[in-house]
Every structure is written in C-alpha cells, then in structure tokens.
Design a protein around this ligand. Sequence first.
Ligand code: FAD
Ligand code: NA7
Length: 451
Amino acid sequence: MSKAKRVCVIGAGPSGMSVLYHFHQLKTQGKEIPEIVCFDKQSDWGGLWKYSWETGIDQNGEAVHGSMYRGLWSNGPKECLEYPDYTFEDHYKKAIPSYPPREVLFDYLKGRWSKGDLRPWIRFSHVVRQVTYNDSTDDFSVVAKDLTEDKDLPPQQFDYLIVASGHFSVPNIPSFPGIDRFPGRIMHSHDFRNANQFKDQTILVVGSSYSAEDLALQTLKYGAKKIYCTYKTRPMGFKWPSQIEEKQLFTKIEGSTVHFKDGTTADVDVIILCTGYLFYFPFLEERLRLKSTNILYPPGLYKCTLWTESANNKLLYIGMQDQYYTYTMFDAQAKWAVNYITGELKLPDHETMVKDWKKWVARMKELKGCHDDIDFQTDFLLDIAKDANYGYNLDTAEEFHVWEKHKQVSILTYRDQSYASRFTGTKSPIHHTTFMEALDDSMQTFLATKQ
Ligand code: FAD
Ligand code: NA7
C-alpha cells in the first residue's frame, strides 16, 4: 500500500473510534497504515456518550448532537457490548453490575481508546460541511469548518471516506391534529435531559420503541403523576405499573385534552415525541447518501458497511443499523473496514456484493419479532467478524434473549439482573440499589460497594 493514501473518518463516537483503534493496532504491529484524519464537531470524543446539557443549537451555532440524558442507564446488559480485548474488569479492576449508568460506560470507552495514541488523529470542534466524490481522480474532496476559529478549511483530498456520524441525533417530528394549539410543553426525546422537571405532571409519550419505554420509566422514577404511551403500529406490551398506560395513537388534541382511538380522553401537561430519528447526511453529495429508516440492515451496504451504489468502493459507513449489538458490532465493522483499506481483505465483484446485501435485506423483511431480530443481527455480526478475522467470538445472542425475557417479566426490574462476562467468566454483582430506587447516576455512587 502506498504511503500517500489518506483516510477521512467523520465522527469520534464509538464507531469512528473503533476505526482509529484498529488502524492503531496495525501501526503498533509495525504495519504500514494510511494517513488518518478524523473530524468531530464536538469538542471531545464519545459521540452520544459525551453528555450535552445543550439542546437545539450548541455554542458554535451547530445542531446539538447529543440525545442522552441525566439518569440514563444502559438499556442492555454490559456483557453484550464488552470488548473482548478490554473487558470491564480490565478497566475497573473489579467486577461491576450489569447495567451501568452512562458515565460508567463512557469511562470504559475512554479507557480502551486511551490504550493507543489516538487523539492526535482527531480534529475536535471541526464540522464536516461538504463531501464530493471526484470521478476523474477517484477520491473525495472534504470541506470542514474549524468551529473554534470560525473558519472554513480549504478542501482536502482523501482516498477513502468513513462515515461514522451516527443516526440518533436529528429528530423525526411528525405533526398531529390540534398539536399546534396545545398549551403545554412539546418536546422530542432528543431534547430530553432531566426527568426531575416532570414531577407531578401528566405526560403524553408518542412512540413505542426504546426512547418511549425509557422516558416513561425515567419520568415515573423521578415523580411524574401519570404517563400515557401511545403507539402507531404495536404496543410495547410490558406489564406497566398503574401510573403508565399504553393506548393506541390518539386522533386529535383539543387544548390540553388528548382524544384516544378507544374514545377515552386525558388532560396532559407535556407531550414528549419519542418518534425516532432521521438519517440525515447533509454534508454528503446526493449520490453518496445512505437513505434509510432505523432498520437492522439499511440497503446499499455490502456487509452493512461498504457503499455499493457509487464512489468506486471507497465509501464506508459504520454503525448505521438499528442496534441490539453496539460497541462490539461497530468494532467488527471497523476492523473489516481497516482490513479492506489496508489491502488485507479483498472484495468480491460488484454483482456478488449487491446480491449479498440484498439477501440480508430480504431476510430482514421476514423477521417476526425481537427474538428473530437478535438472531439476525448475531448472524450478521458473526459473518462480518469472520471476514474481518476478528479473532474473538462476539455472539451474545443468548444473553439478549434472556434480557428480552427479563423485560417481559418486569420492565421495572430487568436492570437489576446480573449476567456473566463471556470473556472473563465472572458473573456481575447485584447493584447496591435497584434501578427504580437509584436516583443518583454518578459513577462514584454506582461504583461504591455500599450506600
Ligand atoms: P454517535 O455516538 O452518534 O457519534 C457520532 C459522532 O459523529 C458524534 O461525536 C458527532 O459529533 C459526530 N458528527 C456527526 N456529524 C458530524 C459532522 N458533520 N462533522 C463532524 N462530526 C460529526 N447503546 C448502547 O449500547 N447502550 C445504551 O444504553 C444506549 N442508549 C442509548 C440512548 C439513546 C438516547 C440513544 C440515542 C442511543 C443509545 N445507544 C445505546 C445507541 C448508540 O447509538 C450507540 O451506543 C453509539 O453511541 C453509536 O455510536 P456512533 O459512533 O455510531 O454514533
Ligand atoms: P426508534 O427505535 O427508531 O423508534 C421510533 C418510534 O417512533 C417507533 O415506535 C415508531 O413507531 C414511532 N413513530 C415514528 N413516527 C411516528 C408517528 N408519526 N406517530 C407515532 N409514532 C411514530 O427510535 P427510539 O428513539 O425509540 O430509539 C433510538 C435509539 O435510542 C435506540 O437504539 C436506543 O438505544 C435508544 P412505529 O414502529 O412506526 O409504529
């Protein structure tokens, strides 16, 4: 491989950082690697895990990336996202409970990223504004803005582009009859930061996926009076406590009164739209843009990673699927991408690649529910990990199936359960305080052995 090759990575969240990590691994093995530049519009690494108190527009006038909130605890067992070469015990020097709060997971991520000298590759507070693919030179022109200096940089040329900019940041905002005259607060889950302010209030949650589930629990935990969750397609179906009620989507809102399809009404103080996010890549020229909703296998991507629709196999996306697996899946995708760019991994011909992603998309369409989804994503992960010569078995399907069962038994207590690490064999201790009673989400309190 020629030394002149240049790789641009957009995003220093878990996906982008895995790319840098694997390039660095090769470097420490004495292998030749390309020149790498990673742009992130935030002032530090972490992606969504870097907590933003801001909502709407940030201090540089950019759209706030963060969608996480105070009081957010892992919504899956940490044993399902543990890096095999850097376990939680490696990081914390002791076993910790299975469902840590955000700060504890973020600290773990930072620990792995700090194993190598990755920061010099990252241009923090640099937003990528425009990317075009040049057919004649088979490379990309990337325009970024230095937000600190308030200055556009001259276009830079790169041989490969890796888009790891996430897809849970630009809210999907549907409209509803009468919502424009609702007198209370209307917000999207993207702007949710702290549940305390909803104490004693009655809340209408719109949506029936992870955000709806967790914001119903969060607001209940911090003292909301009543929460109505409304679904479009199907209810979440958990055994909710009496303060949370699921109903089919409402027909209209009159003043502060919501009219549900079953003929009942409720007066609410707040509407929280948990209606998901848009795939939004305004910085990419049209033919480079992945267009999808939040599904397990967005079309157009060989191995859910390489864009087959244009750009001569030089454009890669990491972490763009709906996610059961997270850190480990991004890591396998990243290693695959790095192996491909450094020439260790060869691609089949175009037709074979398109046939391959179409096969996954066809299978995805036949999935019948969460247990099928888990098996599908496990199969995908094992497939790409094998191709990438990943070297560890990342299969935690069994843990995910048990996790779904725990949620069905009790949505209030599933986070109080414990799992064993696949890599150390250690079973996690039970936390000193149950999730619904633990109001303090700080790392210090979480890691303390007794309260
Ligand atoms: P992100 O974390 O979104 O990072 C993308 C990065 O790209 C950001 O740093 C951003 O600043 C940067 N960027 C974007 N656009 C540009 C641009 N134009 N120029 C420069 N930089 C740019 N996963 C779990 O495993 N467990 C959980 O409990 C969990 N909870 C979640 C809760 C919420 C509310 C949300 C929204 C997601 C949650 N997730 C959870 C899933 C989450 O998607 C992943 O854990 C992970 O953060 C995805 O990493 P990423 O690097 O792909 O994207
Ligand atoms: P998701 O998982 O993409 O879910 C979006 C939800 O929004 C889903 O329940 C949709 O219902 C619902 N939705 C979308 N449009 C509408 C309209 N018009 N009316 C009613 N409901 C609607 O996003 P989340 O924010 O829950 O989760 C994203 C990530 O955050 C996730 O990975 C977690 O880790 C945390 P539908 O299915 O279409 O009936």
